[in-house]
Design a protein around this ligand. Structure first.
Ligand code: FE2
Length: 204
């Protein structure tokens, strides 16, 4: 095996009532695991298997090898997504991350508004992200289409929301906005985002 599906950081029913155990089951055991299988089948050489997942993603993006890039990036994005969700409610950002959000978005509410707009307006399947841009020394919100991940642009993701329909359709049907609100108000793993932010921004 090149890559093994990581364990979920919480029990499958831990996100209820916002995301059901059934959604987590299909999303993790079928979709996420499916991308791990597809990646395994797509790898063609020992050179590819010698690369880290991040390097494989960057290399296949550059060479436009979608057969590798799509499953590899989807594995990475889903790993990151599960860690972006908190089983225990967290009040909001604190410390250095809070200061940076207030500096770059004016307030936590303004950050949420911008994130919601990006997540809601991504046409079709994709992802919404809070990233740290090392070159600009600032936080940014952006969305990506299909499997595309900000690491190919050298950005450090801090949080992501999967806005493919499989992430919310069982619980919210076509109401993507309600799923986005649940993430922003109840599910963000601020501790995870803070740890990554402090590692990146404060080390610079
Ligand atoms: Fe997904």
């Amino acid at each position: 095996m090149y890559y093994t599906l990581p364990e979920l950081p919480f029990e499958k029913d831990a996100l209820e009532p916002h995301i059901s155990a059934e959604t987590v089951h299909y999303h993790y055991d079928k979709h996420h695991a499916g991308y791990v299988d597809k990646l395994e089948k797509a790898l063609k050489s020992e050179t590819q298997r010698a690369l880290t997942l991040e390097d494989l993603i960057k290399k296949s993006y550059k060479s436009e090898d979608a057969s590798i890039f799509n499953p590899a990036a989807q594995v990475w994005n889903h790993n990151f997504y599960w860690n972006s969700l908190a089983a225990q409610p967290q009040g909001g950002p604190e410390g250095e991350l809070l200061q940076a959000i207030e500096r770059d978005f004016d307030s936590v509410d303004d950050f949420k508004k911008e994130f919601k707009t990006k997540a809601a307006s991504e046409f079709g399947s994709g992802w919404a992200w809070l990233v740290y841009d090392n070159k600009m020394s600032s936080l940014r919100v952006l969305s990506t289409t299909d499997a595309v991940t900000p690491i190919v642009a050298g950005l450090q993701p801090l949080l992501t929301l999967d806005v493919w329909e499989h992430a919310y359709y069982l619980d919210y049907k076509n109401e993507r906005a309600a799923y986005i609100d649940a993430f922003l108000d109840k599910l963000i793993n601020w501790d995870f985002a803070s740890t990554l932010f402090e590692r990146q921004a404060l080390a610079a």
